[in-house]
Design a protein around this ligand. Structure first.
Ligand SMILES: Cc1cc2nc3c(=O)[nH]c(=O)nc-3n(C[C@H](O)[C@H](O)[C@H](O)COP(=O)(O)OP(=O)(O)OC[C@H]3O[C@@H](n4cnc5c(N)ncnc54)[C@H](O)[C@@H]3O)c2cc1C
Length: 300
Protein backbone atom coordinates (compact mmCIF):
# COMPACT_ATOMS: atom_id res chain seq x y z
CA UNK A 1 0.00 0.00 0.00
CA UNK A 2 0.97 3.61 -0.41
CA UNK A 3 0.43 6.41 2.11
CA UNK A 4 -2.36 8.94 1.82
CA UNK A 5 -1.18 12.23 0.25
CA UNK A 6 0.69 14.63 2.52
CA UNK A 7 2.60 17.90 2.23
CA UNK A 8 6.34 17.35 2.75
CA UNK A 9 8.41 19.99 4.58
CA UNK A 10 12.22 19.64 4.66
CA UNK A 11 12.99 21.84 7.67
CA UNK A 12 16.32 23.68 7.53
CA UNK A 13 16.79 24.23 11.24
CA UNK A 14 15.19 23.71 14.66
CA UNK A 15 13.47 27.11 14.50
CA UNK A 16 11.68 26.14 11.30
CA UNK A 17 10.63 22.79 12.82
CA UNK A 18 9.14 24.56 15.85
CA UNK A 19 7.36 27.14 13.67
CA UNK A 20 5.84 24.42 11.49
CA UNK A 21 4.73 22.36 14.49
CA UNK A 22 3.21 25.43 16.19
CA UNK A 23 1.33 26.33 13.00
CA UNK A 24 0.19 22.85 11.93
CA UNK A 25 -0.42 21.17 15.33
CA UNK A 26 -2.03 17.74 15.12
CA UNK A 27 -2.06 17.86 11.30
CA UNK A 28 1.73 17.32 11.26
CA UNK A 29 4.12 14.51 12.16
CA UNK A 30 7.89 14.64 12.52
CA UNK A 31 9.77 12.36 10.12
CA UNK A 32 13.07 11.15 11.63
CA UNK A 33 14.44 7.77 10.47
CA UNK A 34 11.02 6.76 9.15
CA UNK A 35 11.49 3.14 10.28
CA UNK A 36 8.30 3.16 12.33
CA UNK A 37 6.40 6.09 10.80
CA UNK A 38 6.64 5.03 7.15
CA UNK A 39 5.17 1.54 7.72
CA UNK A 40 2.37 3.18 9.74
CA UNK A 41 1.68 5.60 6.86
CA UNK A 42 1.87 2.86 4.24
CA UNK A 43 -0.63 0.75 6.16
CA UNK A 44 -2.75 3.89 6.55
CA UNK A 45 -2.90 3.50 10.30
CA UNK A 46 -2.15 7.24 10.39
CA UNK A 47 -2.73 9.92 7.78
CA UNK A 48 -1.10 13.21 8.78
CA UNK A 49 -1.61 16.02 6.28
CA UNK A 50 1.97 17.29 6.75
CA UNK A 51 5.33 15.60 7.37
CA UNK A 52 8.12 17.69 8.87
CA UNK A 53 11.40 16.04 7.91
CA UNK A 54 14.16 16.80 10.46
CA UNK A 55 16.95 14.89 8.67
CA UNK A 56 18.64 18.05 7.32
CA UNK A 57 18.43 19.95 10.62
CA UNK A 58 21.93 20.72 11.95
CA UNK A 59 22.88 20.29 15.61
CA UNK A 60 20.72 17.28 16.42
CA UNK A 61 23.29 14.52 15.86
CA UNK A 62 25.54 14.89 18.92
CA UNK A 63 26.39 12.16 21.44
CA UNK A 64 27.67 13.85 24.60
CA UNK A 65 29.07 12.02 27.62
CA UNK A 66 28.99 13.88 30.92
CA UNK A 67 29.81 12.76 34.47
CA UNK A 68 26.27 11.54 35.05
CA UNK A 69 24.68 10.97 31.64
CA UNK A 70 24.96 10.04 27.99
CA UNK A 71 23.02 12.63 25.98
CA UNK A 72 21.76 11.53 22.58
CA UNK A 73 20.52 14.03 19.97
CA UNK A 74 17.35 13.51 17.94
CA UNK A 75 19.23 12.55 14.76
CA UNK A 76 21.62 10.03 16.33
CA UNK A 77 20.89 6.73 14.58
CA UNK A 78 20.86 3.53 16.63
CA UNK A 79 23.98 2.50 14.66
CA UNK A 80 25.83 5.73 15.55
CA UNK A 81 25.17 5.19 19.24
CA UNK A 82 26.17 1.53 19.05
CA UNK A 83 29.40 2.56 17.29
CA UNK A 84 30.30 5.19 19.90
CA UNK A 85 33.05 3.72 22.09
CA UNK A 86 32.77 6.73 24.40
CA UNK A 87 29.06 6.12 24.98
CA UNK A 88 29.51 2.37 25.43
CA UNK A 89 32.37 2.90 27.86
CA UNK A 90 30.34 5.38 29.92
CA UNK A 91 27.19 3.25 29.86
CA UNK A 92 27.83 -0.31 28.61
CA UNK A 93 24.12 -1.10 28.88
CA UNK A 94 23.57 1.01 25.74
CA UNK A 95 25.76 -1.26 23.63
CA UNK A 96 24.45 -4.39 25.35
CA UNK A 97 20.86 -3.48 24.39
CA UNK A 98 21.33 -1.70 21.03
CA UNK A 99 22.69 -4.78 19.31
CA UNK A 100 19.24 -6.32 19.81
CA UNK A 101 17.40 -3.46 18.09
CA UNK A 102 16.18 -4.79 14.74
CA UNK A 103 18.72 -5.39 11.93
CA UNK A 104 21.73 -3.29 10.84
CA UNK A 105 19.85 -1.63 7.95
CA UNK A 106 17.13 -0.44 10.31
CA UNK A 107 19.67 0.67 12.92
CA UNK A 108 21.48 2.66 10.20
CA UNK A 109 18.43 4.82 9.68
CA UNK A 110 16.24 4.57 12.79
CA UNK A 111 16.96 7.09 15.55
CA UNK A 112 17.16 6.28 19.24
CA UNK A 113 15.04 9.33 20.11
CA UNK A 114 12.43 8.33 17.49
CA UNK A 115 12.26 4.93 19.12
CA UNK A 116 11.53 6.56 22.49
CA UNK A 117 8.82 8.83 21.06
CA UNK A 118 7.28 5.82 19.29
CA UNK A 119 7.07 4.14 22.76
CA UNK A 120 6.67 0.56 21.59
CA UNK A 121 6.56 -1.75 24.67
CA UNK A 122 8.61 -4.16 22.51
CA UNK A 123 11.33 -1.56 21.91
CA UNK A 124 14.63 -1.97 23.72
CA UNK A 125 15.55 1.69 24.18
CA UNK A 126 12.42 2.74 26.12
CA UNK A 127 13.26 0.01 28.66
CA UNK A 128 16.86 1.24 28.84
CA UNK A 129 15.80 4.87 29.32
CA UNK A 130 13.65 3.77 32.27
CA UNK A 131 16.32 1.50 33.78
CA UNK A 132 18.93 4.27 33.65
CA UNK A 133 16.55 6.78 35.26
CA UNK A 134 16.76 8.85 32.09
CA UNK A 135 14.66 11.60 30.58
CA UNK A 136 13.77 13.26 27.27
CA UNK A 137 14.16 16.96 26.45
CA UNK A 138 11.18 18.41 24.55
CA UNK A 139 11.17 21.80 22.85
CA UNK A 140 8.34 23.89 21.40
CA UNK A 141 7.57 27.55 20.76
CA UNK A 142 6.21 27.53 24.34
CA UNK A 143 9.62 26.60 25.80
CA UNK A 144 11.60 23.55 26.84
CA UNK A 145 10.79 20.81 29.35
CA UNK A 146 12.68 17.72 30.52
CA UNK A 147 10.43 14.75 31.17
CA UNK A 148 11.64 11.80 33.28
CA UNK A 149 11.11 8.31 31.82
CA UNK A 150 8.39 7.41 34.32
CA UNK A 151 6.27 10.30 33.02
CA UNK A 152 7.38 10.16 29.39
CA UNK A 153 5.72 6.83 28.51
CA UNK A 154 1.97 7.11 29.07
CA UNK A 155 0.70 3.95 27.34
CA UNK A 156 1.58 1.31 24.74
CA UNK A 157 2.82 3.24 21.65
CA UNK A 158 2.06 6.51 23.42
CA UNK A 159 4.50 9.05 24.81
CA UNK A 160 3.71 12.43 26.33
CA UNK A 161 5.14 14.42 23.39
CA UNK A 162 2.60 17.07 22.38
CA UNK A 163 1.78 17.94 18.78
CA UNK A 164 3.86 21.13 18.81
CA UNK A 165 6.90 19.56 20.51
CA UNK A 166 10.18 18.31 19.07
CA UNK A 167 12.11 15.77 21.15
CA UNK A 168 15.59 17.24 20.86
CA UNK A 169 17.58 14.92 23.10
CA UNK A 170 17.41 11.76 25.20
CA UNK A 171 19.37 11.70 28.46
CA UNK A 172 20.42 8.23 29.63
CA UNK A 173 21.62 8.27 33.25
CA UNK A 174 24.98 6.70 34.14
CA UNK A 175 25.09 4.25 37.03
CA UNK A 176 27.11 4.75 40.21
CA UNK A 177 30.58 3.24 40.45
CA UNK A 178 30.56 -0.50 41.06
CA UNK A 179 27.43 -1.16 38.99
CA UNK A 180 27.48 -3.98 36.46
CA UNK A 181 24.89 -4.34 33.72
CA UNK A 182 23.70 -6.98 31.30
CA UNK A 183 20.93 -7.37 28.77
CA UNK A 184 19.27 -10.41 27.24
CA UNK A 185 16.30 -11.11 25.05
CA UNK A 186 14.58 -14.01 23.36
CA UNK A 187 12.95 -13.65 19.94
CA UNK A 188 11.89 -16.17 17.32
CA UNK A 189 14.68 -14.88 15.04
CA UNK A 190 17.52 -12.50 15.83
CA UNK A 191 16.38 -8.99 14.91
CA UNK A 192 12.70 -9.69 15.50
CA UNK A 193 10.94 -7.85 18.28
CA UNK A 194 11.54 -9.68 21.57
CA UNK A 195 9.05 -12.13 23.03
CA UNK A 196 10.69 -11.14 26.31
CA UNK A 197 13.77 -9.08 27.16
CA UNK A 198 15.48 -8.14 30.42
CA UNK A 199 18.04 -5.48 31.32
CA UNK A 200 19.76 -5.70 34.68
CA UNK A 201 21.87 -3.29 36.75
CA UNK A 202 23.50 -4.64 39.91
CA UNK A 203 25.80 -2.71 42.24
CA UNK A 204 28.06 -4.72 44.52
CA UNK A 205 30.49 -3.82 47.28
CA UNK A 206 33.67 -4.68 45.36
CA UNK A 207 34.01 -7.20 42.51
CA UNK A 208 33.07 -10.26 44.62
CA UNK A 209 31.27 -8.42 47.39
CA UNK A 210 27.59 -8.50 48.37
CA UNK A 211 24.81 -6.89 46.35
CA UNK A 212 23.96 -3.36 47.41
CA UNK A 213 21.39 -2.51 44.78
CA UNK A 214 19.70 -4.45 41.95
CA UNK A 215 17.18 -3.27 39.34
CA UNK A 216 15.59 -4.83 36.28
CA UNK A 217 13.85 -3.36 33.23
CA UNK A 218 11.75 -5.32 30.76
CA UNK A 219 10.96 -5.49 27.04
CA UNK A 220 7.62 -6.82 25.73
CA UNK A 221 6.58 -7.57 29.30
CA UNK A 222 4.93 -4.39 30.58
CA UNK A 223 2.56 -1.87 28.94
CA UNK A 224 4.98 0.96 29.56
CA UNK A 225 8.62 0.69 30.62
CA UNK A 226 8.82 -0.04 34.33
CA UNK A 227 11.70 -0.77 36.68
CA UNK A 228 11.60 -3.56 39.26
CA UNK A 229 13.68 -2.92 42.38
CA UNK A 230 15.14 -6.32 43.26
CA UNK A 231 17.20 -4.95 46.14
CA UNK A 232 14.82 -6.26 48.83
CA UNK A 233 15.33 -9.79 47.45
CA UNK A 234 19.05 -9.60 46.71
CA UNK A 235 20.62 -7.16 49.15
CA UNK A 236 23.68 -8.74 50.82
CA UNK A 237 23.76 -11.73 48.45
CA UNK A 238 26.93 -13.05 46.81
CA UNK A 239 27.18 -15.42 43.83
CA UNK A 240 26.99 -18.55 46.01
CA UNK A 241 23.62 -17.41 47.43
CA UNK A 242 21.88 -17.14 44.07
CA UNK A 243 20.61 -20.74 43.70
CA UNK A 244 18.78 -20.35 47.01
CA UNK A 245 17.29 -17.01 45.89
CA UNK A 246 16.17 -18.07 42.41
CA UNK A 247 12.63 -18.84 43.50
CA UNK A 248 12.24 -15.48 45.22
CA UNK A 249 13.57 -13.69 42.11
CA UNK A 250 11.16 -15.68 39.92
CA UNK A 251 8.29 -14.71 42.22
CA UNK A 252 9.27 -11.01 42.25
CA UNK A 253 9.63 -10.86 38.45
CA UNK A 254 6.50 -12.93 37.79
CA UNK A 255 4.29 -10.72 39.91
CA UNK A 256 5.78 -7.49 38.49
CA UNK A 257 5.55 -8.07 34.73
CA UNK A 258 2.20 -7.91 32.97
CA UNK A 259 2.59 -9.57 29.56
CA UNK A 260 -0.19 -10.31 27.08
CA UNK A 261 -0.96 -13.29 24.84
CA UNK A 262 -0.35 -12.84 21.13
CA UNK A 263 0.48 -14.98 18.10
CA UNK A 264 4.15 -15.17 19.14
CA UNK A 265 3.80 -16.34 22.74
CA UNK A 266 1.39 -16.72 25.61
CA UNK A 267 1.54 -14.39 28.59
CA UNK A 268 2.57 -17.31 30.82
CA UNK A 269 5.46 -18.22 28.52
CA UNK A 270 6.66 -14.60 28.42
CA UNK A 271 6.50 -14.44 32.22
CA UNK A 272 8.54 -17.64 32.40
CA UNK A 273 11.13 -16.19 29.95
CA UNK A 274 11.38 -13.03 32.06
CA UNK A 275 12.23 -14.95 35.22
CA UNK A 276 14.64 -17.35 33.51
CA UNK A 277 16.55 -14.50 31.87
CA UNK A 278 16.68 -12.45 35.07
CA UNK A 279 18.14 -15.39 37.04
CA UNK A 280 20.64 -16.14 34.26
CA UNK A 281 21.76 -12.54 33.99
CA UNK A 282 22.17 -12.31 37.75
CA UNK A 283 24.30 -15.44 37.84
CA UNK A 284 26.47 -14.10 35.03
CA UNK A 285 26.86 -10.66 36.58
CA UNK A 286 27.82 -11.94 40.02
CA UNK A 287 30.25 -14.38 38.38
CA UNK A 288 31.86 -11.32 36.75
CA UNK A 289 30.93 -12.25 33.19
CA UNK A 290 29.97 -8.80 31.90
CA UNK A 291 31.45 -5.35 31.90
CA UNK A 292 31.11 -2.87 34.72
CA UNK A 293 29.63 0.52 34.05
CA UNK A 294 32.37 2.78 35.17
CA UNK A 295 35.48 3.73 33.28
CA UNK A 296 37.53 3.16 36.43
CA UNK A 297 36.36 -0.41 36.82
CA UNK A 298 36.33 -1.26 33.11
CA UNK A 299 39.94 -0.29 32.85
CA UNK A 300 40.93 -1.83 36.19
C1 LIG B 1 11.41 -4.46 10.30
C2 LIG B 1 11.62 -3.59 11.52
C3 LIG B 1 12.06 -4.17 12.69
C4 LIG B 1 12.25 -3.39 13.83
N1 LIG B 1 12.69 -4.01 14.96
C5 LIG B 1 12.86 -3.26 16.09
C6 LIG B 1 13.30 -3.86 17.29
O1 LIG B 1 13.58 -5.07 17.36
N2 LIG B 1 13.43 -3.06 18.39
C7 LIG B 1 13.14 -1.72 18.36
O2 LIG B 1 13.27 -1.04 19.38
N3 LIG B 1 12.75 -1.12 17.23
C8 LIG B 1 12.59 -1.85 16.08
N4 LIG B 1 12.18 -1.23 14.94
C9 LIG B 1 11.86 0.24 14.98
C10 LIG B 1 13.11 1.10 14.85
O3 LIG B 1 13.88 1.00 16.03
C11 LIG B 1 12.77 2.59 14.59
O4 LIG B 1 13.92 3.18 14.21
C12 LIG B 1 12.28 3.40 15.76
O5 LIG B 1 11.20 2.79 16.37
C13 LIG B 1 11.77 4.78 15.32
O6 LIG B 1 12.82 5.62 14.99
P1 LIG B 1 12.77 6.48 13.65
O7 LIG B 1 13.88 7.46 13.71
O8 LIG B 1 12.72 5.58 12.48
O9 LIG B 1 11.38 7.28 13.82
P2 LIG B 1 10.23 7.60 12.78
O10 LIG B 1 9.72 6.34 12.18
O11 LIG B 1 10.66 8.66 11.83
O12 LIG B 1 9.15 8.22 13.79
C14 LIG B 1 8.48 7.42 14.73
C15 LIG B 1 7.47 8.28 15.50
O13 LIG B 1 8.15 9.17 16.37
C16 LIG B 1 7.92 10.54 16.00
N5 LIG B 1 9.22 11.20 16.14
C17 LIG B 1 10.41 10.73 15.69
N6 LIG B 1 11.40 11.54 16.08
C18 LIG B 1 10.82 12.55 16.77
C19 LIG B 1 11.34 13.70 17.44
N7 LIG B 1 12.65 13.97 17.48
N8 LIG B 1 10.47 14.52 18.07
C20 LIG B 1 9.13 14.25 18.07
N9 LIG B 1 8.59 13.18 17.44
C21 LIG B 1 9.43 12.34 16.81
C22 LIG B 1 7.38 10.49 14.59
O14 LIG B 1 6.54 11.59 14.29
C23 LIG B 1 6.62 9.18 14.61
O15 LIG B 1 5.37 9.35 15.21
C24 LIG B 1 12.00 -1.98 13.78
C25 LIG B 1 11.58 -1.38 12.59
C26 LIG B 1 11.38 -2.17 11.46
C27 LIG B 1 10.93 -1.50 10.18
Amino acid sequence: MKPAPFVYHAAADVEEVLDLLAELGTEAKILAGGQSLVPVLNMRLAGPEHLVDINRVPGLDAITVTDDAVRVGALVRHADLLASAEARDALPLLGQALRWVAHPVIRNRGTTVGSLVHADPAGEMPAILALTGGSVVLRSRRGERTVPAEEFFVGPMESCVLADELAVEAVFGRFPAGTRTAFSEIARRHGDYAMAGVGLAVRTDGPDGPVQDARAGFVSLTEVPAVLDLTPVLEGAVAADLPGLAEAVTEAVGSFVDPVDDIHATADYRRHLAAVQTNRLLAGLLAGETTTTTTEETSA
